[in-house]
Write a protein that binds this ligand. Structure first.
Ligand code: PMP
Length: 352
């Protein structure tokens, strides 16, 4: 370890993202990407952006995109923050809203980036174990000292909280910031965005990476009271005013105005998810109901790790987490990819 690193960097164990294999002939079901292409209108807008104007900086205030998002969400542009992927929005939120001496709360299990941010920014945290059915413990998330964060639906379980339960968490943390990470909300959960009008301490984060098949352009955003949005702007402008590049801005503006295309894509993913869940249950897997674009499941006739490795040898990538020994997470691919997965599982399990 470098003697030149600061003490916070030294004690931060970096987040390990899912594998991004170099080969192209793989079935990639490990990082919750959308298996379908982005909207043709978004692709065209990005292609049109590649030209002479790239010599100029992009807009530091991203007004056009903020207007598009505000119209869509029924809020004002001053209620919108835009970041380079929702990971960046979340990183800024940790810096803007959480303190070094007030523990925040998040569920255990949840998105594994939260403890990494907390350590990096020196924010103490307390984890709230899930209920036995893997749902988030609503009472446990109340009465935090420093704020709360949770995804809805949760990752990697895919289970969603009702708006009623979300409101309980908000009311149980009246003087703290409550962040609801809606990375997967489009696949079947209800958005808490309307609650941001009632509660100035609530921040919603979203991403175009999953629902809009644009993980490659890195675009995330947040919705909240002007006070919270200004806090995020302050962090962003102290770090890099131009975090969103011109090509990304053009693609995001077009994508967010092509709901017709995306509602079909999302419906397809949801139908394939339900088909896959049924097929895996037929093979004896325990599979949680999912409101996201992935399934969280436990194989019963083969060890989770063994299945992950065998599938990887057949060039099918799923996600295995070292800390969740018995479980795997499978992202939803195309109908053909999921058929291939189910066929392989049938062979691997019966070859035991
Ligand atoms: N939140 C959750 C719960 C996620 O799973 C992810 C993707 N790994 C993100 C946020 C970040 O997504 P992105 O940075 O691509 O917007």
């Amino acid at each position: 370890m470098s003697k030149f690193w600061s003490s916070t960097v030294r004690k931060t164990k970096p987040y390990v993202p899912g594998e991004q294999p170099k080969e192209t002939d793989v079935i990639k079901l490990n990082t919750n990407e959308n298996p379908y292409p982005p909207s043709p209108k978004a692709l065209e807008a990005m292609q049109n952006e590649i030209g002479d104007d790239l010599r100029k900086y992009p807009s530091p205030t991203v007004d056009t995109l903020k207007n598009v998002i505000a119209n869509r969400e029924g809020v004002a542009p001053k209620n919108v923050f835009v970041g380079n992927g929702s990971d960046e929005v979340l990183a800024f939120a940790f810096q803007a809203f959480f303190e070094h001496n007030e523990a925040i709360k998040f569920p255990d299990i949840t998105y594994s980036f939260y403890p990494v941010y907390a350590k990096l920014y020196d924010i103490p945290y307390q984890t709230v174990p899930l209920n036995d059915d893997f749902s988030i413990n609503v009472d446990g998330m109340c009465n935090s000292i420093g704020g709360v964060i949770f995804p809805n639906p949760n990752a990697p379980t895919g289970l969603a909280l009702s708006l009623n339960d979300i409101e309980k968490v908000i009311q149980g943390n009246p003087n703290q910031v409550v962040i609801i990470d809606e990375a997967y909300v489009a696949f079947g959960a209800e958005t808490a965005a309307p609650l941001t009008k009632k509660y100035p301490n609530v921040l919603i984060t979203r991403t175009l990476s999953k629902s809009h098949a644009l993980a490659g352009i890195r675009l995330g955003y947040a919705i909240g009271s002007p006070e919270l949005i200004e806090g995020l702007e302050r962090i962003k402008n102290s770090f890099n005013s131009y975090t969103i590049n011109r090509v990304t801005l053009a693609g995001a503006e077009a994508a967010l105005q092509d709901d017709g295309y995306y509602s079909e894509v999302i419906e397809r993913v949801v139908n394939t998810r339900e088909w896959t869940r049924y097929e895996l249950q037929q093979k004896g897997f325990e599979v949680l109901p999912s409101s996201a674009n992935f399934l969280f499941c436990k194989p019963t006739e083969i060890q989770a790790r063994e299945l992950y490795e065998k599938l990887k040898n057949s060039k099918i990538y799923i996600r295995y987490f070292d800390n969740l020994e018995d479980y795997i997470r499978i992202s939803i691919g195309t109908e053909e990819e999921m058929q291939a997965l189910v066929d392989h599982i049938k062979q691997k399990v019966s070859a035991k």
